[in-house]
Design a protein around this ligand. Structure first.
Ligand code: ZN
Ligand code: ZN
Length: 100
C-alpha cells in the first residue's frame, strides 16, 4: 500500500471536476444509506459523503419502477486550509458529481 497523497493547500477556487463513478469508490452501507469515502482531486483532501437511500424506496405494494439513482453532488469538504476561502465553506472549492 502506498501512503495517502499529501493534502495540497491550493488557493480556494470554485472548480468543477469530472464526474466520478460510484462503483470506483470506497463505500460502506450505513443506517439509511451509503457512505462514500471521497478524495478531492484538486487538493487530495479526504472526507465522507452520505447518500441517503430513502428517496429511492418504493412504497409498499408499489408496482412502478424504482426511480433511477440521481447523481450525488459533492463539494470539497476537506476541512483543511485554503487561502481566499469564503465563510461557510470547508474545502478548496472543487465540486463534482458521483454518478451511478
Ligand atoms: Zn483541501
Ligand atoms: Zn479539495
Amino acid at each position: 500500500m502506498s501512503p495517502p497523497p499529501q493534502h495540497q493547500t491550493v488557493k480556494y477556487s470554485l472548480t468543477r471536476l469530472a464526474d466520478v463513478s460510484a462503483g470506483s469508490m470506497p463505500q460502506a452501507k450505513v443506517a439509511g444509506g451509503i457512505e462514500y469515502t471521497v478524495i478531492c482531486r484538486r487538493c487530495n483532501g479526504s472526507f465522507k459523503v452520505m447518500n441517503y437511500e430513502g428517496q429511492y424506496l418504493s412504497g409498499f405494494g408499489a408496482r412502478k419502477k424504482a426511480t433511477a439513482p440521481q447523481p450525488i453532488g459533492v463539494v470539497c469538504d476537506c476541512g483543511l486550509d485554503h487561502k481566499n476561502r469564503p465563510a461557510g465553506s470547508a474545502g478548496c472549492g472543487a465540486v463534482w458529481d458521483i454518478v451511478h
